[in-house]
Ligand binder design. Structure first.
Ligand code: UDP
Length: 475
């Protein structure tokens, strides 16, 4: 462990309660902890319980390695009562805003009074709950933001007031005038319904997403440092648009998969797919996963199952227990005759899967974590976005980096089995996608080192700030 003289910096890390946020923030925490800095990782209670249960079911144990020894997992209530709908994300957001500052203040007070050498010196808050920076400032901790999505998803946020003023966006964030928004020649433009907050099927939901983006816009100037899970060479123009951005990504899993805090899965991992992959020839398997939130209609699920079967290619498909519109999947008659051709799991060790030599391509919803994981393993994509930043990530994947193709929906929104089969064939038969993907892999791995360097710099800043407050005024 690195020797730290004087007060030991102590970072409180607070993710937004979703899988695609908790995972990268834990990866960041591990990087910070590796430098001997103490990290308290704060989830809301129901997420903490999910992670503990999933880790137990996957057979993981907490290990006393250097990083985990510096990370404490803890939880705070989310403020909801037993009668509140536990599936209502917007109620949750509102409840967090009302109650989390109070719970965190008490947590920090408890930590500070129990060991004055390990006072909380910094709060790293997920940008989605960036309003927590006020609590950080009140508690005399450095206010730091971490942004899980791409730099371009973040870059558009400070432009919202101008876009509203110029009439490009209406009051709930729908593109009005020119039908596209362009921040720079080198960033793919956003077309109608491709903005992070776009949700054309439910404008009430879009309004709430847009309000959330406006809150992020207010929080950004309060951050002393702004960290992003990207790397400069992936999206240089977007990084250049955000003054002071520290691109610490791509944050990837370390090789220590046994530890509870390392995985932070909400679902138990089914590692049986790894031995299944071992038996497949190199570059032969289509990996299919829609991340943690996307859902498919039963009709769409049928078409996908039949399209995979029709392709004749081996496939590994993650079918979460709530993928079919929140319920367990029902497969088309006779589908499970696929036998050796396909394997279905409820949750995969995704980074290990993507790094497996048998994987040929990734049929993905293009969440940013999945995008980075595919990129850093040189895997071509079949893109099938669902919502939020996924449409814009698709534009990077297909138009900017040219490492994949879109699986296009029909007018009724359904992606047919024939479209699925055709696009799978296209990726298998055109070597250009793999070549480009391998170039992107190189860029990512070069940046893993640079991201690590940035966290080392962050360590020094944290040590300085922890000791700056060593004046007695805040004891
Ligand atoms: N993931 C996983 N196993 C699975 C599916 C997903 O470990 O079977 C992980 C994936 O590696 C990624 C995260 O879950 O780190 C999903 O984040 P992403 O941003 O891709 O999508 P979201 O779930 O936020 O839509």
């Amino acid at each position: 462990m690195a020797v730290i003289k004087g007060k030991r910096p102590h970072v409180l890390v607070v993710p937004y309660p979703a899988q695609g946020h908790v995972k990268p923030l834990m990866k960041l925490s591990r990087q910070i902890a590796r430098h001997g800095i103490k990290v308290t990782f704060v989830n809301i209670e129901c997420i903490h319980e999910k992670i503990v249960a999933a880790a137990k079911m996957s057979g993981s144990e907490e290990e006393d390695d250097q990083e985990d020894g510096n990370i404490v997992l803890t939880s705070v209530p989310d403020g909801r009562g037993p009668d509140d709908d536990q599936n209502d994300t917007f109620k949750l957001l509102e409840s967090l805003r009302n109650t989390m500052p109070g719970f965190l203040t008490s947590l920090i007070e408890n930590i500070n009074s129990s060991n004055s050498d390990e006072r909380v010196s910094c709060v790293i808050a997920d940008v989605t709950i960036g309003w927590l920076l006020e609590t950080a400032q009140q508690m005399r901790a450095e206010p730091v933001l971490f942004s899980p999505p791409s730099a371009s998803a973040l870059a558009i946020i400070p432009h919202i007031p101008r876009l509203l003023e110029e009439g490009n966006l209406d009051s709930i964030g729908t593109i009005k005038k020119d039908d596209i928004i362009r921040l720079s020649e080198n960033i793919p433009p956003w077309r109608k319904n491709e903005l992070t907050w776009s949700f054309p099927a439910d404008l009430e939901t879009q309004k709430i997403f847009f309000e959330c983006s406006l809150r992020i816009e207010k929080a950004l100037p309060q951050a002393k440092w702004l960290l992003s899970n990207t790397c400069y060479d992936l999206e240089p123009s977007a990084c250049d648009l955000i003054p002071g951005l520290l691109p610490v990504g791509p944050l990837l899993e370390t090789n220590n998969l046994k530890s509870l805090s390392n995985s932070c899965n909400f679902h138990p991992e089914d590692a049986s797919c790894l031995s299944w992959l071992h038996d497949k020839p190199p570059g032969s398997v289509v990996y299919v996963s829609f991340g943690s939130l996307a859902v498919l209609s039963q009709q769409q699920l049928d078409e996908l199952a039949l399209g995979l079967e029709l392709s004749g290619r081996a496939f590994l498909w993650v079918v979460r227990s709530d993928l079919a519109n929140g319920s367990r999947a029902v497969y088309p008659d006779g589908f499970l005759r696929v036998g050796k051709l396909g394997k279905i799991v409820e949750w995969a060790p995704q980074e290990m899967v993507l790094s497996h030599r048998s994987i040929a391509c990734f049929l993905s919803h293009c969440g940013w974590n999945s995008t980075l994981e595919g990129l850093s393993n040189g895997v071509p994509f079949l893109s099938w976005p669902y919502f939020a930043d996924q449409h814009h990530n698709q534009n990077y994947i297909c138009d900017k980096w040219e490492i994949g193709v879109r699986i296009d929906p029909e007018e009724n929104g359904i992606r047919t089995r024939h479209e699925i089969k055709t696009k799978i064939e296209m990726v298998f038969s055109d070597a250009r996608f793999k070549e480009n993907a391998m170039k992107m892999k190189e860029i990512c791995w070069k940046s893993v080192g640079e991201g690590a360097l940035l966290t080392r710099i962050l360590r020094h800043l944290l040590i300085i700030s922890a000791n700056e407050h060593d004046c007695g005024c805040c004891l």
